[in-house]
Design a protein around this ligand. Sequence first.
Ligand code: PFF
Length: 455
Amino acid sequence: MNNNNNSNDYVHWSSRWTFIMAATGSAVGLGNIWKFPYITGEYGGGAFVLVYLACILLIGVPVMIAEVLLGRAGRTDPIDSMLILAKESNRSPLWAIIGVFGVCAGLMILMFYSVVAGWALDYVIQSGMGRFIGADASTISDNFTQLTSNNNRQLISHSAFILLTGGVVAAGVTTGIGNGVRILMPLLLALLLVLVGYSMAAGDFFAGLHFMFDTDFDKLCPKPVDGTAASLFTCDAVLVAMGHAFFTLSLGMGAILAYGSYMPKNANIGKTVLTVAALDTLIALLAGLAIFPLVFAYGLEPGSGPGLLFVTLPIAFSQMPAGLLMGSLFFMLIVVAALSSSISLIEPGVAWLEKKGIKRIWGTTGLVGISWIGGCMSIRSADVFNFLDNTTAKFMLPLGGLFIAIFVGWFMSQSRIIEELEIQSPRIYQGWLWTLRIISPLGIIAVFANSLEWF
Ligand code: PFF
């Protein structure tokens, strides 16, 4: 990250690659390693993965390009960027609501995200103390139940994680993060590959593979008991898959917009976004390939819910050579991956407050404080936890994405878009523009409409 003010008077990441790393840091997190495998398990596997991949390609990638573009064109926090760009395109300042909405969504996500990251933090210590070595599957599974029913233990790890988040954000996201993720992300990828290798050797790899890639739509949307036909759209799974596409790519709430505002002018947005989306998808699929073969080898339930990661992988660590080291390192990398995502959850809000003259340290303290209180509530009540998770992923992020797609597709000045994107091929540009204008919004609306049973 360079702080040197150049002719455009903005701070920017030192290179396109640093931006890729930072955006990947935001995208790759608990969503990939914890949430993707467990929701894939809950919704029956292959068909869910397929719908999710379609959502990434047809909605996620076009919207991500739009969001980075808004950031780089606006060059400031999400709320002010939207105000500037709306004005520039002679549109209503009300478009800035996208940014306000995003700041709220970020805080709400952090309220349950930090609880799960806290579990990972707790597991770093447990693995380090050798708790999993030689333990059998049922002991390991009971261990997770004990953790989630012990409020004090969760409170300590949640508070520790949220303090870490606050510390990094207060110091300035752009200072350390670029360098941090440059080393830690490849390490996470390498360790995941080792785990997939272990699953191949010790787990039921083919059962895992079949589960993840056989597309049986009946499992995705079970036929209603009253005998009426099930449709792809009248089941919750499609909404969850679409919501997860937004969640995993950190879209629809200004995080990627905020990071885009630091992107150097000479970096190609389209290529960069494709790289980030590909890395994010790769890591999620690898996490699934590490987890499901073990699920089947040990007779566990693929749809066992949020504990899946915290039960399957410790089983692997309990048996593999150097399990103590591997286990602690792996959960530590999950904490780091969660941290590089959580900072992007409050960065838009802090950047906005900073612009309003509130010192970074105080802005961070305020927002982290609000999220900490919300986190305590999610620890006490699973209903609060689920409400925050469902409302943000299923509704707020897709809604934010919908408005971003509509603004960039239909209301932003075309010449401004072309200037930022620098796409050489007019065919590719038109392909992206019309996907953003028609396919992405209609996809989001169709999924909303059907799951809310408007039809
Ligand atoms: N993309 C992150 C993950 O997959 O864990 C979660 C996330 C971070 C969502 C930042 C939204 C966001 F703005």
